[in-house]
Write a protein that binds this ligand. Structure first.
Ligand code: TUI
Length: 313
């Protein structure tokens, strides 16, 4: 399984671990990078010093490439980008916006840039601005989401650009990976599956909520406010629904989400906190080391590829 992405980033498998705020710390990212994928630390809403500290820690425990995910809505985004540039980070991924104004400075330091794109239009624009690849993320994903499904977004982005496309959203095993490659992706980004790993430092209640989730439990709230977020159904999502169906104003609805991810991820409050997770949660049944997650993904991918070749002769 060698694609352009492996060569470009000097990684064994074209598997990115999603950069999830409060969840993707250097411990998780290092474990994924050591297992041959691309581990990614999430900057989330943290400040530059947090990010610098995370970069220094990961560099102490792995010599393999890693990435930082920058959430572009963060109030600290300029500060975080400055530190990423100073620290010469191998790869960055971005989410929740257009990273255009930072691309030149990042590329000058040799940082490879992979923005998340929820549309063909942004993918084309990013290619023109010189990014190395794009992450086409479907609405199946956890957290802040776009409109289109992975199945529809990935092939349209693949046709629109010539840089590598990483598929994200709804991928949790080798079958999902194979399907993404069939759509023309040259890599996958996997988030929710890596939450349920031994190395992920998120609260145990959060992991258990994913393991216990069924196929219809990961719901999107906030479509009305223009900031849709997918998380596991609980008292918080019901409260969101109630407010969205009333005449509450945007600010009042958004206030409900403030601090809610930390509440779930760090404090383990899975009833009133925001348990961001993707629609693939229902498929995830265990907690295992990142190395096993990756080797199982590859094994499953290969078995299913063989099966497909037999079926489709
Ligand atoms: O960013 C994500 N997922 C996230 S960020 C996050 S932190 C957060 N916490 C509380 C409330 C809201 C967010 C949790 N999950 N995924 C990548 C992603 N990017 N999804 C959608 C987009 C996106 C949307 C619009 C990317 C670009 C974009 O462009 C708009 C433009 O300016 O053209």
């Amino acid at each position: 399984m060698k694609t352009r992405v492996c060569e470009l980033l000097n990684i064994e498998y074209p598997i990115f671990q999603g950069g999830m705020a409060w969840v993707s710390t250097y411990e998780l990212a290092a474990a994924v990078s050591e297992a041959g994928g691309l581990g990614i630390i999430a900057a989330g809403g943290a400040d530059g010093e947090y990010v610098r500290n995370q970069i220094r820690k990961i560099k102490e425990i792995t010599k393999r490439p890693f990435g930082i995910n920058v959430m572009l809505m963060s109030p600290y985004v300029d500060d975080v980008m400055k530190i990423i540039i100073e620290e010469k980070v191998p790869v960055i991924t971005t989410g929740a916006g257009n990273p255009g104004k930072y691309i030149k400075a990042l590329k000058e330091k040799g940082t490879k840039v992979f923005p998340v794109v929820p549309s063909v239009a942004l993918a084309k624009r990013m290619e023109k601005e010189g990014v190395d690849g794009v992450i086409a993320e479907g609405t199946e994903s956890g957290g802040h989401i776009g409109e289109l499904t992975t199945m529809c977004l990935v092939p349209q982005v693949v046709d629109a650009v010539s840089i590598p496309v990483i598929a994200a959203g709804g991928i949790g095993d080798g079958r999902g990976m194979l399907a993404a490659f069939a759509l023309g992706a040259e890599g996958v980004q996997i988030g929710t599956r890596f939450v349920c790993s031994n190395e992920c430092v998120v609260h145990e209640n959060y992991k258990r909520a994913i393991i216990e989730a069924g196929d219809r439990d990961a719901v999107a709230t906030g479509r009305k406010t223009g900031h849709p977020v997918r998380c596991l159904k609980n008292k918080l999502t019901r409260e969101f629904e109630k407010l969205e169906n009333s005449n509450a104003d945007k600010e009042e609805i958004e206030k409900l989400g403030t601090g809610a991810l930390r509440k779930a991820a760090i404090l383990g409050d899975i009833e009133y906190g925001s348990v961001m997770a993707g629609q693939i949660s229902g498929l995830i049944k265990d907690i295992k080391p990142c190395k096993t997650i990756i080797s199982d993904l590859i094994k499953d991918y290969e078995e299913n590829l063989k099966k497909l070749k037999e079926w489709c002769r």
